[in-house]
Write a protein that binds this ligand. Structure first.
Ligand code: SF4
Ligand code: SF4
Length: 409
């Protein structure tokens, strides 16, 4: 048994050391904390307080699996990289914190898929490709059989893929079907994410023997909302433009999700609008932000000059690449439709649709993009815990008070 360094984790008791934990981290990414000689420089330069980043890294080195599962610290790190730049041993604590976040994503996920995808890029890419291909195939078959009333013969397949006789079959007559597909995929993604978020709460807070009252959760609800919208923790990052770039990309992806889940009928249309129509300009704005945000990340990762992008793995490219392809395929659909190339626009639309579904049901619940859910939730839960602890401390009897009360009794 090992006395654990406190992580802000739920159970603060002695914990078992697991020698398998350290080798396990290496399967999730870089983890060089073994080179650390506890000089404390990283703690001095980190703006997150005295426990960062060493305490959670020490827990990891000691193999304390359960306290680490309960720790919110890796999510409170905003990835500025100052600690890694300052480390005299090149132990790269920032990368270790990233690896811990990936490991935690695997822990939160009930299905085990996130852990698999974090460790194996082949499995991850195969899942994305499979979901995208399956979505396209199912929609194609549905259109062929139900919307167009054709059969699965070679002639009718030729009619579906080759003829321009029915240019509106995807954009107008198929629109309700597409809405059901997208609605179903969005609901599946949201359910998976919600289940994992509940598991995160359980590991970090819910299993604590001293439960936290509902009033503390309600009192801090604003924290979650404000952090999700403003991402203000990144204000402290030395790279001053990072928060703005990150915010613009997040806003563009959220806007795109809102469009495909709630306004698909307005956007998926065979109508050709004049250039002044607001539908076109909303689409152009969202596409431009998606292109800017994803190209900035991809170019940054390829060049590797910014501290946050110094070490990139294959999975780090997937989310920006996927969003970039969604933006490009969306623009292609638009351009081909307005050019009167209905046939080509159907192909482009199917690619656009398959990529969007893969984003919703693979990347959001199981990929690295899930940090968009876990980080604000961790900041919220940490605020709830601190509020409850502060209130408990106020209500606790002063030293000696308890003894006096007994003697008076
Ligand atoms: S600066 Fe490097 S060596 Fe010093 S405590 Fe931090 S990680 Fe360890
Ligand atoms: S990356 Fe930045 S916020 Fe995270 S532990 Fe290092 S210095 Fe602190």
């Amino acid at each position: 048994m090992t006395e654990l360094p406190t992580t802000g984790a739920a159970p603060q008791t002695a914990a078992r050391s697991d020698p398998r934990l350290l080798p396990e981290f290496h399967r999730y990414g870089r983890f060089d904390a073994g080179g650390c000689y506890q000089c404390g420089t990283c703690t001095l330069v980190c703006d997150q307080g005295e426990r960062f980043p060493r305490r959670v890294l020490r827990c990891a080195l000691l193999g304390l699996r359960e306290p680490l599962s309960a720790s919110l610290d890796p999510w409170l790190c905003h990835d500025c990289g100052t600690c890694s730049v300052s480390c005299p041993r090149q132990a790269d604590p920032q990368s270790s914190m990233q690896t811990l976040r990936r490991w935690l994503i695997g822990r939160y996920d009930w299905t085990g898929l996130a852990a698999l995808f974090m460790r194996s890029k082949a499995a991850y890419l195969a899942a994305l490709a499979l979901v995208a291909a399956l979505s396209v195939a199912l929609v194609a078959v549905y259109h062929l059989l139900v919307i167009m009333g054709l059969s699965l013969s070679w002639e009718d397949l030729g009619e579906f893929f080759g003829a321009s006789k029915r240019p509106g079959h995807v954009f107008s007559r198929g629109a309700p079907t597409m809405m059901y597909w997208v609605g179903g995929a969005a609901a599946a993604g949201a359910l998976l994410v919600a289940g994992n978020a509940v598991h995160m709460w359980w590991l970090a807070v819910g299993r604590d023997p001293a439960p936290i009252g509902l009033r503390h959760y309600l009192a801090e609800a604003r924290t979650c909302l404000v952090e999700s919208i403003t991402q203000q923790r990144m204000k402290k990052c030395p790279d001053k433009g990072r928060r703005t770039r990150h915010w613009l990309l997040a806003a563009a992806v959220c806007a795109k999700l809102v469009i495909i889940v709630f306004f698909l009928r307005w956007f998926q249309t065979s109508e050709l609008y004049p250039i002044t129509h607001p539908q076109r300009w909303v689409g152009y704005l969202v596409a431009a932000l998606m292109l800017y945000g994803t190209l900035d990340v991809l170019v940054g990762r390829v060049r590797g000059k910014r501290e946050i992008y110094r070490h990139s793995e294959a999975q780090d490219y997937v989310f920006p690449a996927l969003v970039l392809l969604i933006a490009l395929s969306g623009l292609a659909v638009h351009a081909l439709r307005y050019a009167g190339l209905a046939h080509a626009s159907h192909y482009a639309f199917m690619a656009h649709f398959g990529l969007g579904i893969a984003l919703l049901v693979v990347e959001l619940p199981f990929g690295r993009w899930s940090h968009a859910i876990y980080r604000p939730l961790a900041i919220y839960l940490q605020a709830v815990k601190e509020r409850a602890a502060a209130q408990a401390a106020q209500g606790a009897p002063a030293p000696g008070e308890a003894g006096e009360a007994v003697s008076h009794g």
